[in-house]
Write a protein that binds this ligand. Structure first.
Ligand SMILES: [Zn+2]
Length: 251
């Protein structure tokens, strides 16, 4: 049995028995971990009321070789982000970032991913500009970090740089744009028409975003594209729960 201490972000919590909680953590030094916080649901628990999603802390737990579920010993609070729950867009965005981390983080520790998730959650908490832009920018940062950057500069088939105003489509399966000339031979792909504004805004999103908090002109198209891109590339054609949540409420 080894004792591990690491920075951790709580991604999700589950009630377990009458008194305990299971936490899914993204840790800085050990990747994704599941821990059980025994007694955490008791009113006078030594963990207090801190064990909620989006919270950062220093987690100390016992690991045992071959076990998937570790026993949490201490969770020292570093940053709680409960205020995310006060506004739908902030909460939905945080849910999206944590769901992506939970489902697609690599098994090995990824310190940059951990730090990026923290920056994204902080931004959603503090953003004063357009929240949907912040959500799209921070989500693309995670996706690009995970190695799924779409090709937005050149045609995926012929490699030609697409000119402004050219009729452009986005190939969801290949994950890149298709120029006007190549579209006739790309009929069997899952194509999505994108305006030149949408292509330019997607290109900026993939490069880290403009960061100025202004709303995107193509926001609805970007939301649909992000949802479907994640489904096609990362999630075996399944929509993420957090997108479903967001869309039900935006309707
Ligand atoms: Zn082409």
């Amino acid at each position: 049995m080894a004792l591990v201490t690491t920075l951790a972000t709580i991604l999700k919590t589950y009630e377990y028995s009458e008194t305990s909680k299971i936490l899914r953590l993204l840790t800085r030094d050990h990747g994704l971990c599941s821990v059980i916080a025994k007694g955490a649901r008791r009113p006078k628990s030594r963990f207090g009321g801190l064990l909620e999603p989006f919270t950062d802390g220093v987690a100390t737990f016992y690991t045992r070789e071959g076990r998937e579920l570790h026993t949490l010993s201490v969770f020292e609070l570093r940053r709680e982000r409960q205020a995310l729950g006060r506004e739908l867009m902030r909460y939905a965005g945080a849910g999206l970032l944590t769901e992506i981390a939970l489902r697609f983080a690599p098994a090995a520790a990824d310190k940059e991913l951990f730090d990026q998730l923290g920056r994204g959650l902080d931004r959603l908490l503090e953003e004063r500009g357009d929240l949907e832009t912040a959500m799209l920018e921070e989500t693309w940062k995670l996706i690009v970090h995970l190695g799924f950057a779409p090709n937005t500069e050149c045609c995926s088939l012929c490699g030609r740089a697409v000119t402004t105003g050219e009729r452009t489509q986005f190939d969801l399966t290949g994950g890149g744009i298709i120029c006007g000339r190549c579209q006739p031979q790309a009929k069997n792909l899952s194509l999505r028409e994108l305006s030149s504004t949408a292509v330019a805004e997607l290109s900026a999103l993939v490069r880290g975003g403009r960061g100025d908090g202004r709303p995107l002109e193509s926001a609805p198209a970007q939301r649909d594209l992000l949802r479907d891109f994640v489904a096609y590339h990362l999630a075996d054609y399944q929509q993420l729960n957090s997108f479903r949540f967001l869309e039900e409420r935006l309707r």
